[in-house]
Design a protein around this ligand. Structure first.
Ligand SMILES: [Zn+2]
Length: 80
C-alpha cells in the first residue's frame, strides 16, 4: 500500500498520514505500545475507495526496539 495502490480493491486513491504533525495522535491514540514506557507512532495509509487502512511503524529505532523486546511470531509456530 506504500506504493500508492490498494491491495484490496486495486484503487490508486490511497492517502497517507506520513507527513502529519503529532501523528502519535491525542493521548497516543494513533500509536502502539512497544513496552511499558515506550510507544511507537503509526503512519496510516487509507484507501478512500474501499476504506482499507494499513498502519506502519515509521521510526527505525522503534522497529529495532520491537525486534529486541517482542516475541517473534515465527518461533511460536515452530514450537508447535
Ligand atoms: Zn481499496
Amino acid at each position: 500500500m506504500k506504493d500508492g495502490k490498494c491491495p484490496k480493491c486495486g484503487s490508486v486513491e490511497v492517502y497517507s498520514s506520513r507527513d502529519l504533525m503529532l501523528k502519535g495522535g491525542p493521548f497516543g491514540s494513533n500509536s502502539i505500545p512497544v513496552s511499558l514506557a515506550s510507544m511507537a507512532a503509526l503512519d496510516n495509509y487509507v484507501c478512500t475507495d474501499c476504506g482499507k487502512v494499513e498502519s506502519y511503524v515509521a521510526d527505525e529505532d522503534k522497529l529495532n526496539e520491537i525486534a529486541g523486546k517482542w516475541k517473534p511470531v515465527r518461533s511460536d509456530s515452530e514450537a508447535e
